[in-house]
Design a protein around this ligand. Structure first.
Ligand SMILES: *Cc1c(COP(=O)(O)O)cnc(C)c1O
Length: 400
């Protein structure tokens, strides 16, 4: 029942409906009708967290010392593990006291950073398509959002020519993300260098989301923004344990980089939350210290699925680029079919759930994102369903 005299705050009205929530509704209906859904929609990795992480969590939960409020800024030992990890992976030196902050998942931090640094009317640059938290956080904060189009012709990398200098001078914050969700694109080191120069030239806070730092294949090594000289003066970088370590439900991430920016975020957060349960911070330390063979296993798992599905889709007329990182295929809709119509068609005719590209902003129109979160058997079943329903790259009708 609605309360007719009670209106939600205006900032809620600035938000378009969360596409995943809408998709959940349609999925629930299909399930209620007994459809065996193959859900390749959300980037929610299947399978448990690594056994040593689960064991560390159990041990830490059994310790009464972890039951109280955790420190606001995260445990010293988790912060130290984060900065050691950064040094080991990227050769970047960070101060665990002030340049690293644990988060209750990176989405939380991305959103709250917007609250901490963006006033109504501030100009914020966000690529389109983009991970929703990159534009929803600023939208809640009342930002004047200007989108930067990502294009297939430019390998989904930001083209600085798309940002007029006058706009760049007015901009306060820029969000970006490579390896990229949803497109799977990666950006060369020169791009990061150009970005840092751009940020300095126009005095823009750079927010980089490096959530796929470790999900990279065929020897490709993602770049950390903080590897670039001068980056720390104007930027922060976000990470998550959700994807690499199958810990999406645990809600553990972190942000590193400029200490003043992190201090601002911390100040806001001390008014809103107490951070992550200490026992989970202990477990997260174990995850970041797992031997490299664990990463190799995860990478092989996703690259095997990628190779399998790219090949199988080719037999149905799809030419899908093989991403060198992340856990998604970014698949063009058949000509004349919109992203949401195509996603709906797949759900209704085959029980396959994918995410319409428009969930990531208008720049995702014409594409759907397929998450590689099921094993090859299940992906094979999905392709068989497509074949039986005669859904091919060139033959789908223009509307549902
Ligand atoms: C999955 C994802 C996240 C979410 O991270 P949480 O730590 O689970 O909140 C953040 N950024 C991108 C680009 C993602 O794909």
């Amino acid at each position: 029942m609605t309360i007719d005299w009670l209106k939600p705050a205006q900032r809620l009205g600035s938000l378009p409906p969360y596409v995943f929530a809408r998709l959940d509704e349609l999925k629930a209906n299909a399930r209620a009708e007994g459809v065996d859904l193959i859900d390749l929609g959300m980037g929610n990795p299947g399978g448990p967290a690594p056994q040593p992480v689960v064991e560390a969590a159990i041990a830490a939960i059994s310790d009464p010392a972890s039951h109280g409020y955790p420190p606001f800024e995260g445990t010293a030992s988790f912060r130290r593990t984060i900065t050691d990890w950064y040094h080991r992976r990227y050769g970047v030196t960070l101060d665990p006291d002030g340049e690293a902050l644990p988060l209750m998942g990176s989405k939380e931090g991305l959103g709250h950073l917007a609250m901490a640094y963006i006033d109504p009317g501030d100009v914020v640059l966000v690529p389109t398509p983009a991970y929703p938290a990159h534009f929803r956080g600023p939208a809640i904060a009342g930002a004047d959002i200007h989108t930067i189009p990502l294009r297939a012709e430019n390998n989904w990398i930001i083209d600085f020519k798309d940002i007029p200098a006058a706009l760049a001078d007015r901009a306060k914050v820029l969000y970006f993300n490579y390896p990229n969700n949803p497109t799977g694109a990666v950006a060369p080191r020169e791009f990061f260098e150009e970005m840092v120069a751009f940020g300095h030239r126009h005095q823009i806070l750079l927010i980089h989301d490096l959530c796929y730092a470790e999900l990279a294949f065929d020897g490709y090594q993602p770049t950390s923004l903080l590897e670039i000289p001068g980056a720390k003066e104007i930027s922060v970088e976000f990470h998550t344990l959700s994807k690499t370590y199958n810990m999406a439900g645990w809600r553990v991430g972190f942000v590193v980089g400029n200490r003043h920016v992190i201090q601002g975020l911390r100040t806001l957060k001390t008014n809103l939350d107490y951070g992550i349960f200490s026992a989970l911070q202990k477990a997260a330390e174990t995850a970041l210290q797992l031997p490299d063979h664990y990463l190799e296993e995860v990478q092989l798992r996703y690259s095997t699925r990628r190779d399998y599905l790219v090949k199988a889709l080719a037999t149905l007329g799809w030419e899908v680029a093989k991403p060198s990182a992340a856990m998604y295929l970014w698949v063009a809709c058949p000509p004349g079919t919109s992203a949401s119509d195509f996603a709906l068609l797949l759900l209704q005719k085959t029980g396959i759930v994918v995410t319409p590209g428009t969930a990531f902003g208008e720049g995702g129109e014409g594409y759907v994102r397929i998450s590689l979160i099921e094993d090859c058997d299940r992906l094979g079943e999905a392709v068989e369903r497509l074949r039986k329903a005669n859904i091919r790259y060139s033959s789908v009708p223009a509307s549902v």
